[in-house]
Design a protein around this ligand. Structure first.
Ligand code: GSH
Length: 204
């Protein structure tokens, strides 16, 4: 059976739990406290030298870190990864965008709002993050204003990679009312059979 090391606050982890749920794949969940260094112990670093969740452990004991690499592994041979070579590259394109433009701003703003004391200096840095995050959301909005899904005519792991943190962007101070295409896309994702939501901070 697959084992997933994760933390329920994490959108990177949620991406993986969401795909596993949509695929109906059973797995064992091991929660790690990311605020007390549980992913920085020698035992954990031996599994992922980068000291972060999510981390997937295969039935044969091999370890795979990085949410989007895990999505690619799990989606192989399923409808969540297109067969077409160009569409596969487009999926990767959105996943790289997610890690470079979206997650460092949309997810980090959410983390700061909930875990850091917001001094005047941090508030200024937070506003700069939000500005970059709004630019990333606008890129998604443009794509989703003329297509239902980020790649091709059906949902793929590109949509999963971008769903998790976008769905809780309000927790980082973003107002999704400004992005009607994204709002409709979120609703399409949430209507998929097997869908599971992000756990809101106030429910943890
Ligand atoms: N690029 C990585 C980012 C993983 C990441 O930042 N994980 C955070 C939680 S969302 C973590 O484990 N933080 C604990 C730490 O850095 O010690 C991915 O997509 O999986």
């Amino acid at each position: 059976m697959l084992t997933l090391y994760d933390n329920l606050e994490s959108g990177n982890g949620h991406k993986v739990r969401l795909l596993l749920s949509l695929l109906g794949t059973e797995y064992q969940l091991i929660e790690k406290d990311i605020h007390t260094g549980e992913t920085r112990t020698p035992e954990f670093l031996a599994m992922n030298p980068n000291g972060r969740i999510p981390l997937l452990v295969l039935a044969d004991g091999r370890h795979l870190p990085e949410s989007n690499a895990i999505l690619s592994y799990l989606a192989e041979g399923t409808a969540w990864m297109p067969d077409d070579r160009f569409e596969r590259a487009q999926v990767l394109s959105w996943m790289f965008f997610e890690q470079y433009n979206h997650e460092p701003n949309v997810a980090v703003a959410r983390f700061w709002c909930h875990h850091l004391e917001l001094t005047p200096e941090r508030l200024a840095a937070l506003e700069a993050k939000r500005e970059q995050g709004r630019k990333a959301l606008q890129v998604m909005e443009l794509q989703l204003s003329y297509s239902d899904w980020l790649v091709g005519s059906q949902p793929s792991i590109a949509d999963i990679a971008l769903y998790s943190y976008t769905s809780v962007a309000d927790e980082g101070g973003y107002d999704l009312a400004a992005y009607p295409g994204i709002k409709h896309w979120l609703a399409r994702m949430e209507s998929l059979s097997g869908f599971i939501p992000m756990v809101p901070f106030d429910a943890l």
